[in-house]
Design a protein around this ligand. Sequence first.
Ligand code: TYD
Length: 196
Amino acid sequence: MLITFEGIDGSGKTTQANRLKDYLESRGLKVHLFREPGGTGAGERIRDILLEYDLDPLTELFLFEASRVELLRVIREALSRGEVVVLDRFTDSTLAYQGYGRGLNLDLVKRLNSLATQGTEAEITFLLDLDPEIALRRAGRKSRFDDPEFLRKVREGYLEIARSCPHRVVVLDASLPEEEVFLKIKDRVDRKLNLS
Ligand code: TYD
């Protein structure tokens, strides 16, 4: 079972991903939580480059995908053992940020996403949807992308992805209290894993 969390910076993905991991572990499951970019030794170094330099969008695209290819080696092993993998960002981030946000060709991004994942797909994706102004205030720090206009494009991109994959993507109102958002996530995962 591969579960992914998506949303613009400051939407609360990381908090919810951690809560889900704790919950599933309390139910006796073996759970791995990774973040993208990163999650492996090489991936974390690629992450440092991505966060440190102001790169061409195409360079960014290649680096995000490179980090993903390395992480997928670990993910596939865990999935083959029947374990749960929770990801803080995955392929939808690339389509939303590099495609809809930076304006790279959407088909190119989709093709590189498939090349990187080789068919390993999320079974459920939680999209924590939030107004960019609120997200930026919440982040309480300068987000890597601190431009509300850019984040608006990314948000619209995410919503477009959700519309095209209604069976996989669950859109959640991230302006609701943390506990309420978590209960919706828990409910959905309980049903999917027959835990309730
Ligand atoms: P991070 O500090 O992890 O942000 P957050 O806590 O909001 O997830 O930095 C990851 C940044 O990389 C974030 O701004 C989103 C961006 N990103 C992309 O642009 N494309 C991608 O494919 C991925 C995985 C992340």
